[in-house]
Design a binder for this molecule. Sequence first.
Ligand SMILES: [Zn+2]
Ligand SMILES: [Zn+2]
Length: 314
Amino acid sequence: MASRAAGTYPEVPQPLPSPGVDTHTHLDICTGARGPIKSGEPAPEVEPEADEEFPELSFFHDTAQQAGVTRIVQIGCEMSAARWTAKVVAEEAAAGRDWMLGGVAIHPNEAPRLKSAGLLEESVTEIEQLTAGDRMRVVGETGLDYFRTEGEGIAAQQESFRWHIEIAKRRGLALQIHDRNAHEDVLRILREEGAPDVTVFHCFSGDVAMARECAEHGYYMSFAGNITFKNAAGLRHAASIVPPHLLLSETDAPFLTPHPHRGKPGGPYLTAVTLRKLAEIRGEPLAELCRQITANAEQAFGSWALERSVTPAR
Ligand SMILES: [Zn+2]
Ligand SMILES: [Zn+2]
């Protein structure tokens, strides 16, 4: 991704006929923001280039509103991003903007790096502390990624995944799972540990058989922009058989920007493109699908509405 300045983003699509939701996005990366890094901590794997320009948070808020994507879940999945996430979701709520809930975890690709630095255990402890705010509703993304990891790295991922499952259950929060080339081990560890009440496969990447298995367990399946890619026929087939009450939508922005904008950076507003594709795949009216997914998201993560302290009339 050469540049992520505002001018390089795809234009805002037609607004959705009913509010849409992006249940998994990385605005810390989209805005080039970082929270503090502690001494000895490895620098984040996805780091902005020194001369890169980024849009402000307000660009992502405004474009999302314009596209009718009124609810998002900001996910911070390395330590500095997790610190940023906890801070920003609280600030947005304090400013009266109800669009954002938050989730934090150590990404499966970060776990081996923290383990090598001797910091995995204390980092997991800090993640649990960061879930304390009332706008923090998700432990994620955690899970397994065997695409780039082998040997001892896998052991570190599994250890971290098990800890995150424990935190989600202890704190009564939803678990968002990153599963890349690791379907069997992810399902096995969930079975062994006992899955949290709300378990979500973010950026679902399985086939029809995997979707059926997730449905049997009552796991949510969240679909990202890659369902629009030419080579994703198998994924579209899986998306077509997910029971309506377990279906979610997301961007994983700035990654996985949907067709025809593939290769450009993305933001939560592009959930509108993915939702249109999902409606087409499933043969459902778009407005109905948006209402269903929003209801599912509120069921999974709780309400986005800001609590207002009402002074009782006397
Ligand atoms: Zn992921
Ligand atoms: Zn992600």
